[in-house]
Design a protein around this ligand. Sequence first.
Ligand code: MG
Length: 270
Amino acid sequence: MEPLIITVAPTGNVPTKAMTPHVPITPLEIATDIAACWQAGAAVAHIHARDAAGQPTADPVYFAAISRLLEEKKCTIVQQLSTGARGGRTPAERAAVLELRPRSASLATGSSNFPHSGNINEPAMIDSLAQTMLRQQIKPEIEVFDAAMLHNAVRLQAAGLLKPPLLFNFVLGVKGSLPATPKNLFFLYESLPPDAVWSVSVVGPQHVPLSAMAMALGGHVRVGVEDNVYYEKGKLATNVALVERMVTLAAAMGRPLANRDDVFRLWGIA
Ligand code: MG
């Protein structure tokens, strides 16, 4: 089986310091935490940024600061920047981080609901983000909150807007979207186009068993405080502890860990 890519999603848009002291918010906190997770075995960082007030932002200034700090720390983790709907509202805001030419960026290929807002990605917005990523050789990670998004990505590939192998992340357990069940994960897995590369990220305690299921199926995993504030009932998570648990699980299952070169090979990028 191919080496396991562990992606760490340290911050997201939702967790606050009031919810957990372990969420990194400033560029320095984020870069320091990512570097520690990289040391622990993570190969990819899914990065969101916050402004000086701690609010989600799509301003490239903050993302650039995180990247610069990672470079200073000689951390060569593969950086994936979020173009998610909560960081920026207009198409221009959503696309702004792509100017930084990261190796990868997230791309939601449809709309769904977050617990208190819409995850709205209209066709023109999706096409425009996909086109920019294609032009700038940024590998899109397709964020699948619902099966329709998977099928829409296949359509976008047929239209020449996405290049194979398609890279998917199944996001399960978000209130208002697909529940985190083995059946739903298996359904998405069975719906994948040939040669797809995929991971699962789960909100809630099911993230541990469903990560094991993904590992057994040859998929990859994403963990982090973005998705889970709790490590287990009553115990707050740290990003490093969440990564370390996946490392332990992978070792028990005999799955080696992917490094940077493995990520590029698996994603089909140079
Ligand atoms: Mg995200």
